[in-house]
Design a protein around this ligand. Structure first.
Ligand SMILES: [Fe+2]
Length: 177
């Protein structure tokens, strides 16, 4: 049965491609978050281990929603490790064991990359493909990544502030901390 929801095949294919790129990045981010949840050691173990569990659970839910949105628009989600690697924009760091702080900053970098990609995807969905539904969906997804990036960023910034002695921190910018 032809899909008759006010979007052409080309428009739907356009947003399905955007959804697949978001899916690939979310999958890699899920793998990296789980690996760091397993590997992390040090005084921050408990907080990071728990935070990353919350993050990979949220990512698992959004991955399913991204894939199912591709189906709802008549497309097919990627579903192979090879496909995810080919379409992802974030990078893996195979074979190393970074410090807890390095794990956090790598994930901040990844979430920020995903946020920038989603910002572009929102604009393309709405303007180029006239699909407000997918633009709205991507907006919600971007807000989730903004929240996760903030949690992680605060973690690293907090570390720096703790070692700053008796200076008044109230007006300091993160760059000074
Ligand atoms: Fe676990």
């Amino acid at each position: 049965m032809a899909i008759n929801i006010g979007l052409s095949d080309k428009q739907r294919q356009g947003v399905v491609n955007l959804l697949n790129q978001a899916l690939a990045d979310a999958y890699l981010l899920l793998i990296k978050t789980k690996k760091y949840h397993w590997d992390v050691v040090g005084p921050q173990f408990r907080s990071l281990h728990t935070l990353w569990e919350e993050h990979y659970e949220a990512l698992t839910i959004s991955i399913d929603e991204i894939a199912e949105r591709a189906r709802m628009l008549g497309g097919y989600p990627l579903g192979t490790a090879e496909g995810f690697l080919k379409h992802a924009t974030i990078r893996e760091h195979a074979g190393d064991l970074p410090s807890a702080n390095e794990m956090v900053s790598r994930l901040v970098t990844d979430h920020e990359q995903v946020i920038r990609n989603l910002r572009t995807a929102i604009e393309q969905s709405a303007e180029e493909y006239k699909d407000e539904g997918t633009a709205d969906f991507f907006t919600g997804l971007m807000q989730q990544h903004e929240d996760m990036a903030w949690m992680l960023r605060s973690f690293v910034e907090g570390e720096a502030l703790q070692s700053s002695g008796d200076r008044d921190n109230s007006l300091r910018t993160p760059a000074e901390a």
